[in-house]
Write a protein of this length. Sequence first.
Length: 217
Amino acid sequence: MFVGLKMLKNFIAMPPDALVEDAQRLMEEQRFWMLFVVKEGRLVGYVRTEDIHAAMPSLMTGLDRHEINYLLSKLTVGRIMRTDITSVTPETEIESAAMLMHNKNLAGLAVVNPAGDLIGYINRTVMLEVLAEEMGYGKGGSRIVFEVVDRPGVLKQVSGIIDEMGYSIISTGTFTHRDRRMVVIRVDTPNPSTIAAALQKNGYDVVGPEDFKHEWQ
């Protein structure tokens, strides 16, 4: 999955010479916490709601209303925007973007084309939706989780067992737990007990929440 297939396009963008009060009004109306700053289509920065709130009081202190109105009429987005932009291209793998957000503790990433033009953005909500989608959530069926020592051919063998039993695999996922690999498979049946039994018969350690209670109690 690539970022370009999941990126959001309903972002707010303004030029650097836009007034901060206009940006604030627009963000409040649209309920956005951030807007991008673009110059001739290219991404040059961004402004958050907290940046706007922090800038205005510092300029208002000790001023009368006329002076406040004058300063607000001159305060532009370009004066308070942040330029520490982290962006990705639409070709970026979604898991790479997720790890980038995690490592930098970012709420979202701008998506730009090779010319640096802003074409979208991706945020934590999208990442969570992608995770749920990849795990087959909402597609029905049931989950089976089993642990195996990391070795080649596991998924091929397991899928063969399930296919021989006449069931279909909706989704698969793998996670690392300590020194073992946990494989999660969603199958198209409301009761996966017969599949779980067949996997155990073939040497796979099928697990559930009860097998890990000692780790979180």
